[in-house]
Design a protein around this ligand. Structure first.
Ligand SMILES: [Zn+2]
Length: 384
């Protein structure tokens, strides 16, 4: 797969960038030390972020020896470069306590290849249409006479490569972007990140098809069994797990408890509207042994009154749902969808069909990206 390239103007940094290349080459020739922070100075990063500058300087020197280099420190760099453009975007930068790699030269081209994949950049400003996530590991840094290329690999998908290419011949005056103007108007020191707008990106990607961002949030379930349903609970949980796993929502069943509560076997649920619950629902949902405040309690009952396959109405702060004995295989994930903020659609290809999940066609049922985003943003899907 071809790397995706973001081209950025860099003429303003030309002398600094070429000076950096020459200084690195000299250190390499002499097998000598090189101040770590200088790698970043030419991008004006340190000038616009005092905390970052101090951390860069605290990292001391890169040691070159026989084409290999290392930078080992007690202090990792763990910094957010805040508000880098008018949109309020951030770059988070993590460099672990060890940074090692190899250097190579071909004529005027100097390359640094990072062998320990421990420099991580979290980039806010990539256009979603790119289809990449936003977490990248530093792979290579290449200096030539005309450009400086940062090759990054997506953390979860190393075949997804992003090159941030600083073109040393291109001036920012060559690039008409509102973002740049806005950044200048705010009195910010222009850095490469400020001009990474959609207008500037080109290159092949994804066959034009957006991919879900590989964001990940975990969903924890606790099963409370008043009566065993017709379909095995394990099958329903497995179908749920498979359906949500591909969408960045790993589902875990944490505990299973048998409840002897015959008075709630046929549970009145009223109109089963989100936020409205009956006294019986509230009493049943009070049985939350082992259930964390952001975990979802699933109660298997004989029936609801009136009869639904399931119902996800629950009191605030007590994420709960019921599944009736006659539920189908998609009832559990459908009700979890409700608890995570989804509403009905009139489309029987989708999980959230309002026509009953027993009418689902072309299984497994679909979840659209907006629904996935809603679930990822729910307080009941948690970082994992
Ligand atoms: Zn529903």
């Amino acid at each position: 797969m071809q790397p995706y390239t973001v081209k950025l103007p860099g003429r303003e940094f030309q002398s600094e960038a070429l000076g950096l290349r020459d200084a690195l080459t000299e250190s390499l020739n002499r097998n000598s030390a090189f101040p770590f922070h200088r790698l970043f100075d030419f991008m004006s990063l340190s000038a616009s972020n005092r905390e970052l500058e101090m951390q860069m300087r605290a990292r001391g020197d890169i040691r070159f020896a026989d084409g290999a280099f290392e930078n080992v420190s007690d202090d990792p760099i763990d910094t957010v470069v805040r508000d880098v453009d008018s949109q309020g975007n951030n770059i988070e930068l993590y460099v672990d306590t060890e940074l090692r790699g190899r250097a190579n030269r071909t004529g005027a081209v100097l390359g640094l290849v990072f062998e320990s994949a421990n420099a991580l950049a979290i980039v806010d400003f990539l256009p979603p249409a790119l289809g990449f996530g936003n977490r990248f590991l530093a792979a290579e840094l290449t200096f030539s006479d005309s450009k400086v290329d940062f090759l990054l690999r997506e953390e979860d998908e190393p075949t997804h490569q992003l090159v941030i290419s600083l073109d040393l011949r291109l001036s920012r005056n060559d690039v008409e972007t509102e973002v740049w103007t806005a950044a200048a108007a705010k009195g910010l020191t222009p850095s490469f990140s400020m001009v990474a707008t959609e207008a500037l990106v080109d290159g092949p990607c994804c066959g034009g098809r957006p991919r879900p961002r590989p964001r990940r949030q975990c969903v924890n379930l606790h099963v409370k069994v008043l009566i065993e349903p017709s379909l095995p609970i394990a099958e329903m949980v497995e179908a749920t797990r498979q359906l949500f796993a591909d969408r960045g929502l790993p589902v875990s069943l944490l505990t299973t408890e048998q409840l002897n509560l015959p008075q709630f076997l046929d549970l009145p649920v009223g109109t089963c509207i989100l936020g409205q619950t009956t006294p019986e629902q509230r009493q049943l949902f009070g049985h939350r042994t082992s259930v964390g405040s952001t975990d979802i309690a699933v109660y298997f009952v004989r029936s609801t009154i009136p009869a639904f396959a399931g119902c996800a109405a629950h009191p605030p702060g007590q994420p709960s749902l019921v599944v009736a004995r006659n539920a189908d295989i998609w009832t559990l994930p459908h009700e979890i969808g409700h608890v995570l903020g989804l509403t009905h659609v009139n489309d029987n290809r989708r999980l959230m069909t309002g026509n009953g999940t027993y009418n689902v066609v072309d299984p497994p049922p679909d979840l659209v990206q907006a629904e996935i985003n809603t679930m990822l943003d729910s307080p009941y899907s948690i970082p994992c």
